[in-house]
Design a protein. Sequence first.
Length: 376
Amino acid sequence: MKNSRTLLTYHDLNVVVEDAPDQELLEHMHSTLMGQPGGLRYHHTNLEERMMSGDENYFMYLRKSGKMLGSVGFCGKPSVTDGLKHDSWLIRYFSIKAPMVVVPKKRKEKADLKDENKRSTVLGRFIQPIFAEPSQLRDGKQDPSQPSIIFGIIDQTNLRSMNFSAQMGLETVGEMAGFSFSRLRPKKSDRVEQIAEKDKGEVLDLLKEYYSSYTLFFTEPVFKNNDYFVIKEDGRVVAGVQFYPVHWKITDFGGRFANLVMRWLTKIPWVKKRITLEELSFLAFDAIYCKPGYEAVLYELMEGVLEHTSTYIALMMMDEDSHLYTIFRERKKLGVMHKFMGTHHADIRIRFINMPEKIRKYFMEHPTYIPTYDNS
């Protein structure tokens, strides 16, 4: 059952927090065109499960006379960073409905925001207190001294969201690369196997070690639907990957040339069976593991998973300063779709609340784990 609380009221405006998305938000999100002009643009078609995928989920609405003007989703993920336990709140599904939308002309940072509170958006003024003290999201469990971060992945060309995040006190700690891996004729590998129950403990230990230098690595979605696949050598796991099915309705592949090529390609019968202009079905790859020296095996595994699921495209997201991204940047061989879709760049943005300076510095100096499932 959905719980609803009113946090702030001013005349006919109010801020409401609910622990499940309402129908108006779902309809709005499915109709919202994602992406930025000049890049891949699409509509989500299967959001409901992902909107409720965290340990805690809250959806904050600004409503006027009962009508939604804007919303922000928060996904709670308890974390430990450099020995300090703290709350982590991933911003998801930030949405502003017209006529509130104003297209900015430049990106704002701290130096531009000295008087920003005087001219910030209505949505910004109303939810600023929550960004300063996110424990208010919890009913009856507020703790103003709780160490917390609020974080989000924001497209570098999305100036509206970037400037809103600056108003809310977020700063850039790193950059993310999002890119595709595709095989239109994926090869089967008899070495690819679904993880056995007896191997899950070993794989969790391998993942914790592999991502030990990262911030915000969470293990709770690993093995979801038992869709973690591995390759072993000499009885030991040397490569592993978790996948999640995702579906988008594509409206623009990122430019006139890309659209023309995709129209031409999808007229070829064997390509049309795999990729259509109307809907893109792909896998989100997460919790990737690769034993050093087994990079070729990782590629074999990913291609084998595509073949096993009768899918032809996978999407990955990772910190550009991570050792994992180095594998793909140097080895390349990402497939034909990457030539058209390219690499998407975004900022990793964080607001630090009641955090020691050494923790902020730790985030700045270490790569961030980016879950593709949460951000696709």
